[in-house]
Design a binder for this molecule. Structure first.
Ligand code: GLV
Ligand code: MN
Length: 194
């Protein structure tokens, strides 16, 4: 869903001292074969964290050749019992394929309907742009997913850290009203994300 490119390629100059929609191109005379290849998704992510999961981003910031091309990929590793927590992508639809393991893959529509299914290797899923979704390892081995997006920088909003880990933090009154709970509950959740 990104705009169409206006040239063959435009390897991002991530250090350029200008701010614009996308990134300026590095000079074509400096472009080499290496610019068009990226091995960042070859390595397993570190899942030793509270969610037991890791997303390795293959977006324009990691792989500057994607600049203006409207496409990117991630690698998601999820340990046994791990969760890629509910999140959304404001700028892209996502497709994914399970490479290893057994996962509960789910998403929630704007009508608050949950659509979910257990998937194993070779099976695909799709998440329309902006919908909240998650993947949970429900198998006996670690799981691996590759995902792809129709944006060079889809953006990721994790629901829990967006609401409870913002800087500065949301006023307690906003969270208490939104979740219909008292300050003790808000403090407890805040302490995990603050
Ligand atoms: C998985 O949902 C991902 O965003 O890579
Ligand atoms: Mn996602």
């Amino acid at each position: 869903s990104d705009p169409d490119p206006l040239q063959d390629f435009c390897i991002a100059d991530l250090q350029a001292p200008v701010s614009m929609n996308g990134f300026p191109c590095k000079p074509a005379s400096n472009v080499t074969s290496n610019d068009f290849f990226f091995d960042g998704l070859a390595r397993e992510g570190d899942t030793y964290n509270s969610n037991g999961s890791s997303v390795v981003y293959g977006n324009v910031l990691a792989f500057p050749a994607l600049n203006t091309l409207g496409i990117s990929m991630n690698r998601v590793d999820i340990a046994t019992d791990g969760l890629n927590a509910p999140h959304s992508h404001p700028r892209a639809t996502e497709v994914g394929i399970v490479a290893q393991g057994k996962l509960l893959v789910g998403m929630i529509s704007t009508s608050n309907v949950l659509y979910s299914k257990n998937l194993t290797a070779g099976e695909m899923f799709v998440v329309p742009r902006g919908l909240v979704h998650f993947q949970m390892n429900v198998g006996e081995e670690s799981a691996l997913i590759y995902t792809a997006f129709n944006s060079h920088l889809p953006g990721t909003v994790f629901v829990s850290s967006n609401l409870f880990g913002s800087r500065p933090s949301l006023p307690d009154d906003v969270l208490m009203k939104a979740f219909q709970v008292n300050k003790t509950v808000i403090d407890q959740i805040n302490s995990k994300f603050g």
